[in-house]
Design a protein around this ligand. Structure first.
Ligand SMILES: Cc1cc2nc3c(=O)[nH]c(=O)nc-3n(C[C@H](O)[C@H](O)[C@H](O)COP(=O)(O)OP(=O)(O)OC[C@H]3O[C@@H](n4cnc5c(N)ncnc54)[C@H](O)[C@@H]3O)c2cc1C
Length: 439
């Protein structure tokens, strides 16, 4: 069965999905790409034929790349699609905690834009988008050029706040957050390798909403498992600004109190007051802790372009959107996707891919004056390694609620147990998601 737009919505319409079932959403991607290459852009869907216009997408991450790919598949060949991305390849955050344990590497998490260019006919421009003129409907780029658009998609991910006592530059040199995979992830890996046995690894979690709700707890578990085997007697202290574990509470409570008991110490309500660099200490509202390796995950907000384009109107940090089309609630004809938006949905790569599909259905309709789908659905799945060989998972399905004009939780499911088979399923899910985005 090809993953047509109709199938996608019907699959999500089920009362709930397991993480393994969610992987099925991506399995047909290679076959569909081949069909497009043969000239079949209909993909069996109800996509309006004859849509034309210039769509510029800024940000070639999980959200922006999925949008470009599905705009071509569902919007047809009449669209002129341009993707602006500052990097020549994308580094996946998903699975990047495995770099810390040496189970994977940054190069193995990198994805190119070759398929977008060669299979989907997207003009991929390697440049920084510097500014948007919503009146002239143009985007200025660091290479000196200006792109005109009929619809602009802004998918810039996030930027990180400086913590009191630290500069943003400190994250690159000394105290890596590694919450954007890349050189900081490798730096944190190297710091762990150099940490003395019996040392203390301290990590902090910002107030929700933050990127990947289970991600910090997963990191704590993986680091603890690695330390047990490689740095005996070491400890992990998790300083969480939130009052409780924010995702997969059953699995992570078991992990912290049983599987990694005596290694991980979890401290809720620990809002950072400041970092005392001279004494290698972080001071929080709960307690002060001395560290050998410090991994602050700072509060974050919508990427800089969302802010400079006037799109940030939710809590001073995030971009508000109409979830029927992901059009900005602040500036017309600009759409925002992924971690940069402030909605009822979590900030995850899986759901960014799903949001992109709703947008790819909506933009051709907006360009041809057709009515939008009034019942979109999205889903999210996260696999969370608990040790270097076992994992848990979490899924959520969201349906549009016309009364509140938000995406309401239809179902949430957590793995019934932590297992090695979940760990194996994780690879299949990840491969499928990345194929559906980059292949
Ligand atoms: C450790 C970790 C584990 C995770 N695990 C999971 C998981 O298991 N499952 C899951 O679903 N999600 C997971 N996530 C979350 C997931 O990575 C993010 O939710 C996802 O990457 C968001 O996609 P995005 O496109 O919004 O942002 P990004 O993927 O960050 O992409 C944004 C892109 O925009 C580009 N950009 C920004 N501004 C500009 C500009 N002005 N000009 C040009 N380019 C620009 C950036 O270079 C970047 O490539 C994890 C995250 C982390 C940190």
């Amino acid at each position: 069965m090809a993953l047509s737009r109709r199938n996608f919505v019907q699959l999500l319409g089920a009362a709930g999905i397991s993480a393994a079932a969610s992987a099925a959403f991506f399995d047909e991607s290679a076959a569909n790409a081949a069909r497009y290459a043969e000239g079949d852009v209909s993909n069996g869907s109800r996509t309006p034929r004859g849509a034309s216009g210039r769509v510029v997408i800024v940000g070639g991450g999980m959200a922006g790349t999925s949008a470009a790919r599905y705009l071509r598949r569902w919007g047809g060949s009449g669209l002129t699609l341009t993707l602006v991305e500052r990097n020549t390849a994308y580094t996946s955050n998903i699975m990047s905690n495995g770099v810390l344990t040496g189970q994977t590497t940054i190069p193995s998490l990198q994805y190119s834009y070759a398929a977008l260019r060669n299979t989907y006919g997207v003009n991929v421009v390697t440049a920084e988008a510097l500014g948007v003129n919503p009146t002239a409907q143009t985007v200025t780029l660091s290479n000196g050029s200006t792109l005109g658009y009929d619809r602009l998609v802004v998918a810039p991910g996030i930027v990180f706040d400086a913590l009191p006592g630290l500069t943003v530059g400190d994250y690159d040199t000394t105290y890596p957050h590694a919450w954007q995979a890349g050189a900081q992830t490798t730096l944190l890996r190297n710091q762990l390798m150099s940490m003395p046995s019996g040392g203390t690894f301290v990590m902090t979690i910002p107030p929700a909403p933050y990127r990947c709700p289970p991600g910090p707890y997963e990191r704590a578990c993986l680091v603890a498992d690695w330390l047990k085997k490689n740095k005996p007697g070491s400890r992990v202290v998790v300083l969480d600004a939130n009052p409780k574990i924010m995702a997969e509470p059953i699995a992570f409570t078991e992990a912290f109190t049983s599987i990694h008991a005596g290694v991980i110490r979890y401290v809720p309500n620990a809002v950072i007051d400041h970092v005392d660099k001279a004494n290698s200490t972080v001071v929080t509202t709960a307690e002060s802790v001395r560290f050998d390796v410090f991994n602050p995950i700072p509060p974050h907000r919508a990427g800089a372009l969302a802010q400079s384009a006037g799109l940030v109107n939710v809590g001073g940090r995030w971009a508000g959107v109409d979830v029927l089309s992901y059009e900005s609630s602040a500036v017309p004809r600009i759409h925002v996707l992924g971690d940069a938006i402030g909605t009822t949905m979590p900030k995850s790569g899986h759901i960014a891919n799903a949001q992109a599909k709703v947008l790819a259905d909506a933009i051709p309709k907006l360009l041809t004056g057709q009515a939008l789908n009034q019942a979109p659905a999205t889903s999210s799945a996260c696999y969370s390694p608990i040790t270097m060989t076992t994992a848990s998972w979490l899924t959520g399905v969201f349906h549009y609620d016309p009364a509140t004009r938000t995406m309401l939780v239809k179902s949430i499911a957590e793995a019934p147990s932590i297992s090695a088979s979940n760990y194996k399923d994780m690879s299949k899910w990840f491969t499928g998601l990345m194929q559906d985005t980059f292949a």
